[in-house]
Design a protein around this ligand. Structure first.
Ligand SMILES: [Zn+2]
Ligand SMILES: [Zn+2]
Length: 325
C-alpha cells in the first residue's frame, strides 16, 4: 500500500507567504555564516542537515491523500490537493481509461473545493466513483459548480462520474480492498475510513474531536465511554493512522465544538489502539512551519514520557510525503 499526501492543510488552502519565505532564507543564511560555509561543495550536506521547519514546508493545499492498493487507486478527500494529484494522473494516463475511487470524509469546502480542478474528471475515458456517507452527494458537488460560484458546470465534466451513497458504520469492498467507516464528532458530521489491503491497514480520521476522553495521561479502558471504545476499536492495530491535529492543546479546549483535535489526543488514542504509525494532518491555516514543527517536537516529548509508550512512530504530514506500508 502506497500513501501520498497531496494536501494537509485544514479549513482553507494556505500558500507560503513571502514573509515566511524571507524568514526561511534569512535563517538559512544565518546558519550558513555560523557554520562558516565557504565552498559550494559543502552546500548539499548543509541543506541535508537544516532543521526540518526551515528545509520543508508543510504545504498549503487542503485535505487530499492518495492511497494505492495494488491496481486500485483511492483518493481520500477532494480538497485543493486533488488538483496537483489530478495533474499528475493526467501526465501519467493522458486520456487513457482509468478508474478512480474518491472517498469523502464530508463536504466542507476544504474537503471538496479541489474537485472542479481535478483533470481526470474531464477525461471521457475515466470512471470516477465518489463515495460518502452524507446524503445528496451529487447535489453538494453540483452546487459548488453553479454558475454563481464557478464558470464550469459539473455537467461539463465528461468522465463517467458515479456516486455511491454509503450507510453509516458500513463495510464494503473495492476489488480486494476492504473499507469500513465510522462517524466522527464534527459540525455537520465527518466519517473515518479504515482501508485494509494485503494485510496492511490505513485509517483516515480527519475533522473530529474526541471529547469523551478522560483528562489523564495514562488512559485506562475502564474510563472510556462507549464512543471512545468504538473509536479505539476502529483504529485498532492500524499500520498508519492519519489524524486531525489542527489545534494546540489549549486551542482545542478554547475551541470546543469546532470539531478538531490535537497531537496529544492522537497519541493517547494511537497508543491505546496499538497503532504503529500516526501522521498528524489538517494543519491550522494560521500556523507557520516553525510553529507546526514546534508542536511536533512537543508531541515527540509527550510520547517519550508517556506511561504506556510503545514503539509508535510519529510523523508530521507534509505535501509530497510518501509512506509505503
Ligand atoms: Zn476540514
Ligand atoms: Zn470539516
Amino acid at each position: 500500500m502506497e500513501i501520498h499526501f497531496w494536501g494537509v492543510r485544514g479549513s482553507i488552502a494556505t500558500p507560503l507567504s513571502n514573509a515566511e519565505l524571507n524568514a526561511k532564507i534569512e535563517s538559512v543564511l544565518k546558519l550558513g555564516i555560523k557554520q562558516g560555509l565557504t565552498d559550494p561543495s559543502q552546500i548539499a550536506e548543509f541543506v541535508d542537515n537544516l532543521p526540518e521547519h526551515i528545509r520543508y514546508t508543510a504545504g498549503g493545499d487542503s485535505s487530499c491523500v492518495q492511497v494505492k492498493c495494488g491496481d486500485k487507486l483511492l483518493i481520500l478527500d477532494a480538497g485543493s490537493g486533488i488538483r496537483p494529484l489530478g495533474n499528475s494522473i493526467k501526465q501519467q494516463y493522458g486520456q487513457k481509461p482509468i478508474e478512480i475511487h474518491i472517498l469523502l470524509s464530508h463536504t466542507h469546502w476544504d474537503h471538496i473545493c479541489g474537485f472542479p480542478f481535478f483533470e481526470p474528471a474531464y477525461n471521457p475515458n475515466a470512471k470516477v466513483l465518489i463515495y460518502g456517507v452524507h446524503s445528496g452527494l451529487r447535489e453538494r458537488l453540483e452546487i459548488q459548480q453553479l454558475y454563481d460560484y464557478f464558470p464550469v458546470p459539473f455537467g461539463a465534466m465528461k468522465s463517467n462520474i458515479e456516486f455511491i451513497q454509503l450507510k453509516e458504520r458500513t463495510s464494503f469492498n473495492i476489488g480486494d480492498v476492504v473499507i469500513d467507516t465510522l462517524p466522527l464528532v464534527h459540525p455537520g458530521g465527518s466519517h473515518s475510513y479504515r482501508i485494509t489491503h494485503n494485510g496492511k491497514t490505513v485509517v483516515f480520521a480527519t475533522d473530529s474531536e474526541f471529547k469523551e476522553l478522560p483528562h489523564e495521561p495514562a488512559l485506562k479502558r475502564a474510563h472510556f465511554s462507549d464512543r471512545i471504545e468504538s473509536v479505539v476499536d476502529f483504529f485498532k492495530s492500524a499500520d498508519l493512522l492519519i489524524f486531525d491535529a489542527q489545534y494546540t492543546f489549549l486551542e482545542s479546549v478554547i475551541r470546543e465544538n469546532w470539531g478538531h483535535s490535537n497531537v496529544f489526543l492522537g497519541i493517547d488514542l494511537a497508543l491505546e489502539a496499538r497503532v504503529k504509525k500516526i501522521a498528524f494532518t489538517h494543519h491550522e491555516p494560521t500556523y507557520s512551519d516553525e510553529k507546526l514543527w514546534g508542536i511536533f517536537q512537543k508531541a515527540e516529548d509527550y510520547l517519550e514520557i508517556h506511561p504506556t509508550k510503545t514503539d509508535l512512530q510519529l510523523v508530521l504530514a507534509y505535501e509530497g510525503l510518501e509512506i509505503v506500508l
